[in-house]
Design a protein around this ligand. Structure first.
Ligand code: DQA
Length: 148
């Protein structure tokens, strides 16, 4: 199957960005691990990080014609602001898992609300980079179930 991992704004800074909150791994390292795992299981995985809302929206739209079966999405700060990204995901109807490195519920009140959680297949928060791996495992399991 084809999977797409989307990373929102400022996640390009991972590794140096508030490491106590977001961990020491760089985005390249996280993506590498996901690519290796997907490949090992015979899946095709692509990744995109963008600081621009419209780029993420356009990527979600083009995911349909590309035949993307599942999206893993850390919307970063757009989690708490973006009706447009929510509508994009509803518009294409591709299932997705929402991931946050930090435990947003232990942080500022404005991080407690997500525009995505109620329409996500699942949500993983607070487990650091491992959250992406767990999301990928869950997505691959769901895709295998859907096929059988
Ligand atoms: C984040 C949490 C968001 O509140 C924050 O704006 C981010 C990263 C996380 O992965 O913990 O940029 O999505």
């Amino acid at each position: 199957a084809s999977l797409l991992v989307l990373h929102g704004p400022n996640l390009n800074l991972l590794g140096t960005r508030e490491p106590a909150t977001y961990g020491a791994q760089t985005l390249a390292q996280i993506n590498q691990g996901l690519l290796a795992l997907a490949q090992e299981r015979g899946h095709h995985l692509q990744t995109l990080q963008s600081n621009a809302e419209y780029e993420l929206i356009e990527r979600i739209h083009s995911a349909v014609s590309e035949g993307i079966d599942f999206i893993i999405f850390n919307p970063a700060a757009f989690t708490h602001t973006s009706i447009a990204l929510r509508d994009a995901l509803l518009g294409v109807g591709i299932p997705f898992i929402e991931v946050h490195l930090s435990n947003v519920h232990r942080r500022e009140a404005f991080r407690h609300h997500s525009y995505f959680s109620d329409i996500a297949a699942g949500v993983i928060v607070g487990l650091g980079a491992d959250g992406y791996r767990l999301a990928l495992e869950a997505a691959m399991t769901k895709l295998a179930e859907a096929k059988s």
